[in-house]
Each structure stands twice: as C-alpha cells, then as structure tokens.
Design a protein around this ligand. Structure first.
Ligand code: C5P
Length: 408
C-alpha cells in the first residue's frame, strides 16, 4: 500500500446498494486519516445497508441522498458537488449503477452526478459472481473505459473469494486498503498531480509601505485570488512558496507562506526563492513608497499636514521576468484594469516581459469579493476568456493551464 498523503484532496464517495457498503465506512475512515476531505452520496439501495448517520459522522458532512432536495441544493448543488471533487469513487459499484453510468441514465442523484462530473471516476464493483461475469456487465465496464474525451474510469477489484451469498468467484468488493491505494495512485499519479516536482512562487495581497511607525500606504487587495492560486498549484502537486502581504487568510494546506510588508521585502523574498519553474505575481504591490520613513510618529503641527515625498517601488514582476539563469520557466502577471482590458493587458505583458498576464476588469465588484472575471493573455497572442466565477475556479483553471503548458 502506498502512503501518499491526500492532504487537501477532495473525494466524492458514492455508496451503492450492496452488502459491501459496510466496507465503504472503513474506506471513509482511511481517506480521512490520509488527509482527504470526503463528501458522500448514498443511493436509496445503499441506505438499506448503511445509515446516512454513519456516513455523516465519519465524513463530517451531511450525506446527499436525493436529487431534488432544496436544503441540499442551496448548500452545494449536485452539479457543483460533482465538480468539487478531485475524484469520484463509487464503492460499492453495483451492476445497476455501472449500467446507468455506461448508458447515460440520469434518473437519480448518483447517476446524474456520474454524468455531470468532470473528474475521473473510480469504480469498486461488488456483486454476485454470475452478475459480474455476465457479458452485459462486462460490456458496460468496457464501454465506460472506452469513452473518448471523457475524464475516464478506473476500476479496482473485484476480488475473488467467498461471497455473502455463499457462492465463490470474482465479485467481492476490493478491500478498503486496496481502494485507498488506487485512490492515492490516481490522485498522486501524473493525472492527479501533474505539477509534482515543480517549484512555484506566488505573491499575493497588498503591500504596506510605512510613513512612520503607525501609519502607512496600502491598497484594497484581499489576497483571495493569490491564495486560491497558491492552493490550486499545490493541489496539482507543485511545491509552492506564497510571499504574502498583510491579509486575513489562513495559510493554504501544504503551502509555505512567508509574510512580508513592503514591496522591497516582497521582492527580496521572491528573489531568495528563485530559481523556480513557475512565478505567479498576483500581489497588488504599492507603486510608491515614502522617501525617508519617519522614525517617530509624525505629529500634527500648526503648519498643516506634512508633505510626503514618494519614490517608485521596484517592479517585482519585471525583475523576475528578466532573462537569465534564475528566470522561472513561466512567469505570470496580473493586470487590473478599468478600461481597454486587452490593449492595456497586452502592453503590460510586453513591458514587463512576462509570459502570460491575467487581465482583470476591476470596474466591477472584485476587491474582497469571492468572484472574478478574467481573460488570460499569452505572449503568443492567445486569449482565454473566463467569465465571472469563483476565485477558486479561476485559480484552478489557471493551475490546469499551467500544468498543460508544462506537459506540452
Ligand atoms: O503595473 P501594474 O501594477 O498594473 O502591474 C501589475 C502586475 O505587476 C501584477 O502582476 C503585480 O503583482 C506586478 N507588480 C509587481 N511589482 C510592482 C508592481 C506590480 O510585481 N512594483
């Protein structure tokens, strides 16, 4: 059995109706122990064998059972649930569930989820030996494996042995430890962690430029987008260092966070980390800092407010993009614009010398919000438009695009 950590990985477990359903409970325990987050979905036949209470207690999440439940749909719609997961696992996968999936049925929550997901599906079949060996079941499994342009199906088991019905042969669900290994293999393999072995540096949040010991210049960046990018890169296996200005967000799991305040500190930390494979500079770096920071608090004086002399901050992105040994293979910048997004973003891309730039229309509600609408412009003239969606989704799309770039 492999021991790869599943920290931060998300598994959606569909529990079908079969005596092996009790083993799904042990699987949840093993997944949780490996660090995975698990949500479960219980078919009506599955509920004849295990209770929703057991699954809820073990996963720490409510169990989804029916397609049209307003409470469930407002918490996380079934389509969103099918996308939330990094991997969908069906254990036990009954002949009925396999048949529905192979033939595109969508007449209950489990089959609908299997059709709607954009992730790989792992089946752990469990059924009577005659059923498993039936050409219809075998054909359905082959059919599922053979769909082109689909995210794919993997199968673990079934094992051979004595069955609950007293017969002998292949049909017993694989042991939970074997299913766990299969999950680890899928999530840790080149499919699930395409950025394994890659180093990434991400900047996020605002910078804070002191005026005196109590005052400073800063901006309204929440850091949400940059943190989501660091998380998404780590989820794909990259070793991520997040150089962060002052924000109120917990460090993402598996990411090394380095706190900084000023642009110059941010630049020094980024440089220290190079060379890297990937740099994503999403911080809203203050353009100017105060020349000659006062050592004591500037007092109000009868002569009126002090005038502050500002000087330019270093451009971290432009510095990182400079050709040389330490230059990351892929440098991604951000362009927050209120008009002429494409022209301004492209001009910034060439001025700064980065490879890609995420153009961000900030005339809408972006700062501190959970959603974002962006266009990714690439040096070779490409433009991907990503309509408004959550910052997490934007981050995952960007991370997936980065993974594709390295695969190519
Ligand atoms: O020039 P502007 O600030 O609009 O450029 C935005 C991009 O440049 C972002 O990727 C930001 O992180 C980066 N930047 C930087 N250092 C600066 C200013 C901006 O890295 N001093």
């Amino acid at each position: 059995m492999t021991t790869a950590s599943l920290s931060g990985r998300k598994v959606l477990l569909i529990v079908g109706g079969g005596i092996a359903a009790y083993k799904a409970l042990e699987l949840v325990r093993l997944l949780k122990k490996s660090g995975a987050e698990v949500m479960s979905l219980l078919t009506s036949a599955g509920a004849e064998f295990v209770t929703p209470m057991s699954l809820a207690a073990l996963t720490g999440h409510p169990v989804r059972q029916a397609l049209f439940m307003p409470e469930d749909e407002t918490a996380m719609g079934h389509i969103e649930l099918s996308r939330w997961a990094d991997l969908v696992v069906v254990a036990p996968a009954t002949a009925g569930l396999i048949a529905k999936a192979a033939n595109g049925f969508a007449d209950d929550l489990a089959s609908t989820t299997l059709l709607a997901t954009d992730k790989k599906v792992l089946l752990a079949p469990a059924m009577n030996v005659r059923m498993w060996l039936h050409p219809a079941v075998q054909a359905n499994v082959e059919r599922l494996k053979g769909f082109d342009g689909f995210h794919g199906v993997a199968v673990v088991g079934p094992d051979e042995g004595e069955m609950a019905c007293g017969e002998f042969g292949p049909g017993r669900m694989a042991e939970p430890t074997a299913i766990l290994s299969a999950i680890q293999g899928l999530l840790a393999g080149p499919d699930g962690r395409p950025l394994a072995g890659r180093r990434a540096v991400v900047t996020a949040g605002p910078t804070f430029e002191p005026i005196d010991p109590v005052r400073g210049l800063t901006n309204r960046s929440s850091g949400k987008q940059g943190y989501a990018i660091a998380t998404a890169l780590a989820e794909l296996g990259a070793e991520v260092t997040l150089v962060s200005g002052p924000v109120a967000i917990d460090a993402p799991v598996g990411v090394t966070r380095i706190w900084v305040e000023s642009a110059r500190e941010m630049q020094a930390e980024v440089q220290k980390y190079l060379p890297a494979d990937i740099a994503v500079m999403s911080a809203a770096v203050a353009d100017w800092r105060v020349d000659g920071v006062a050592s004591g608090k500037i007092k109000k004086a009868p002569g009126g407010p002090p005038s502050l002399a500002l000087i330019e901050n270093p451009d971290i992105l432009a510095g990182v993009s400079k050709p040389g040994k330490a230059r990351p293979k892929l440098v991604v910048g951000f362009a927050a614009e209120t008009s002429d997004l494409e022209a301004n973003a492209r001009a910034k891309l060439s001025r700064k010398g980065c490879d890609w730039i995420v153009g961000n229309d900030v005339s809408d509600d972006v700062f501190g919000a959970d959603g974002n609408a962006v266009t990714l412009f690439t040096k070779d003239g490409g433009a991907d438009v990503w309509p408004r969606q959550s910052k997490t989704e934007v981050a995952r799309k960007l991370a997936a695009k980065i993974a594709d770039h390295f695969k190519a």
